[in-house]
Ligand binder design. Structure first.
Ligand SMILES: *Cc1c(COP(=O)(O)O)cnc(C)c1O
Length: 247
């Protein structure tokens, strides 16, 4: 058995994962995705699985690359900076999904292939400034706040269209869609409402016909609510716990 230890970044107790359980958890998640697609009459190839590796160490990520994954969701730049050198042979595309402070734009430009949590113009400007000298572009999703919880960040839905119009002036940022986190609740309807709202935001923005941006992608759904998200049109689920275990 290959023993993989949870990252010691937070000084918590390590947990053990072996290759087989990682593969079987991934398979279980893929079955859940397929079942939700079947219920919604959707083609499962329309839904991408983004493993969220935050708090798990480079070895766990390396094991996932053996299962064919290259993109990994992380929410702290510091954690990516720590893991990236250990995985430099793995051709990994780091996807930033957490709140980014404006003073971390340089690290995003250095490490990230994609940012799913763009939620304000100051960050867009800072990113553009850092990306331009590197001669590179960054895929971005705009995070929209669909839940009333204070802990959730994101753009207010009513600000989305003006924001998209303004952001199209940055050639370094390639807008590909929207992202949201649903309310944390046992009330299925309340959760579904968040996902539905993101889809409606996308439809309204499309109807506004803004040039230079694409809104094909809707990143929504996590371990606990991915089935609902898929039923509401998700094209990408961000799954941590159901693959790597409890954090
Ligand atoms: C941690 C995290 C996830 C994954 O959550 P799980 O419940 O562990 O699947 C998804 N999206 C964001 C933005 C996260 O921070």
């Amino acid at each position: 058995m290959i023993r993989l230890f949870k990252s010691v970044l937070y000084g918590r107790l390590p947990i053990v994962i072996d290759r087989e359980s990682l593969a079987s958890r991934v398979e279980k998640v893929q079955q859940q995705i397929a079942q939700a697609c079947a219920r919604a009459g959707r083609d499962p190839t329309e839904v991408t699985l983004l493993p969220v590796s935050k708090t798990f160490d480079a070895e766990a990520i390396r094991e996932m690359t053996a299962l064919g994954f290259r993109r990994f969701g992380e929410n702290r730049l510091q954690e990516i900076a720590q893991k990236a050198p250990e995985l430099s042979d793995c051709d990994i595309q780091w996807v930033v999904i957490g709140h980014v402070q404006t003073n971390k734009a340089k690290e995003v430009a250095k490490y990230a292939a994609e940012l799913q949590s763009l939620d304000r113009m100051a960050l867009a400007e800072a990113l553009d400034k850092r990306l331009a000298p590197l001669n590179r572009t960054l895929k971005v999703l705009i995070q929209v706040k669909t839940s009333p919880e204070d802990t959730k960040s994101g753009l207010d839905p009513s600000d989305l269209i003006p924001f998209l119009k303004e952001i199209s002036k940055f050639p370094t940022l390639r807008v590909e869609g929207l992202m949201t986190m649903a309310i944390l609740s046992d009330d299925e309807n309340a959760v579904r409402q968040c996902f539905k709202q993101l889809r409606e935001c996308r439809d309204q923005a499309l109807a506004a016909g803004i040039e230079g941006i694409s809104l094909n992608r809707l990143s929504m759904g996590m371990s606990g609510d991915m089935a609902l998200a898929i039923e509401e049109g998700s094209t990408e689920v961000r799954v941590g716990t159901a693959i790597f275990g409890k954090r």
